[in-house]
Write a protein that binds this ligand. Structure first.
Ligand SMILES: Nc1nc2c(ncn2[C@@H]2O[C@H](COP(=O)(O)OP(=O)(O)OP(=O)(O)O)[C@@H](O)[C@H]2O)c(=O)[nH]1
Length: 236
């Protein structure tokens, strides 16, 4: 989402994704001597459910003071360390509004490593629409081996909750997903938001196959190649 953020956390980056090509290209600087793993995690769901706020809470450590509808995609990244390995978590904040996403959809799903489906706990329709989002995801050839999690956002609005936890849990179980109920807004939920992405990063780290190797530099950009999947395990 295009936005005006109140603060930026160290080690995080936000930028509008432009000139997408068949492989993931980053203009960030990487150390030649270090083999870097980058995990592409996309965040999907209805407009206004809080995708931008969740991604910014994770990468920027704060709740944005103002947001506008995401156009296309914004991507943010955060360097994390898991069991001594430095990993870049690249979060794709996708547009929820059809008119702002239709030309981008195939780019969202290309070479994706994990998917975060978000609904708003105060809007039953955003929960009901999850079926459509999952259908879209499956329709773009995302393997069932790609980890997926379900996030119910805006839990701070306690009086307005429309989606009961047990209903969400049943849905998550039926789709082989973990469920996180949280709030991008409530600072006390900050760790819970982090755990959404860290849980996925831990699972992905265990997939040795998702190593991106052979970093080539082309005109100041970095081209990353992708290896096929081999194994999967998750400490979460
Ligand atoms: N109370 C509350 N409001 C939230 C929370 N997260 C987001 N919001 C508000 O919900 C509105 C939409 O948030 P966004 O993050 O822009 O939603 P989005 O899903 O990225 O929307 P699109 O870019 O249109 O797809 C904004 O007014 C946010 O301030 C939350 O956890 N609690």
């Amino acid at each position: 989402m295009a936005n005006e953020f109140s603060e930026h956390g160290e080690g995080s980056a936000t930028s509008r994704y432009a000139n997408l090509t068949s492989s993931v290209e980053l203009s960030t600087s990487l150390d030649h001597s270090v083999q870097t793993r980058i995990f592409k995690i996309i965040v999907i769901g209805d407009s206004n459910v809080g995708k931008t706020c969740l991604t910014f809470r994770f990468t920027g450590g704060a709740f944005p003071c103002k947001t506008e509808a995401t156009i296309g995609v914004d991507f943010r990244e955060k360097a994390v360390e898991i069991e001594g390995e430095k990993i870049k978590v690249q979060v794709w904040d996708t547009a929820g509004q059809e008119r702002f996403r239709k030309s981008m959809v195939e780019h969202y799903y290309r070479n994706v490593h994990a998917v975060v489906f978000v609904y708003d706990v105060t809007k039953m329709i955003s929960f009901q629409n999850l079926k459509t989002w999952i259908h879209e995801c499956n329709g773009h050839g995302v393997s069932s081996a790609v980890p997926r999690v379900l996030v119910g956002n805006k839990c701070d609005l306690v009086e307005q909750i429309q989606v009961p936890s047990n209903t969400a849990l049943k849905f998550a179980d039926a789709h082989n997903m973990l469920l996180f109920e949280t709030s991008a807004k409530d600072p006390k939920e900050s760790q819970n938001v982090d755990s959404i992405f860290m849980c996925l990063a831990c699972r992905l780290k265990a997939q040795r196959s998702l190593i991106y190797r052979d970093v080539e530099r082309e005109d100041g950009r970095v081209r990353l190649t992708h290896e096929p999947e081999v194994k999967r395990s998750c400490p979460c």
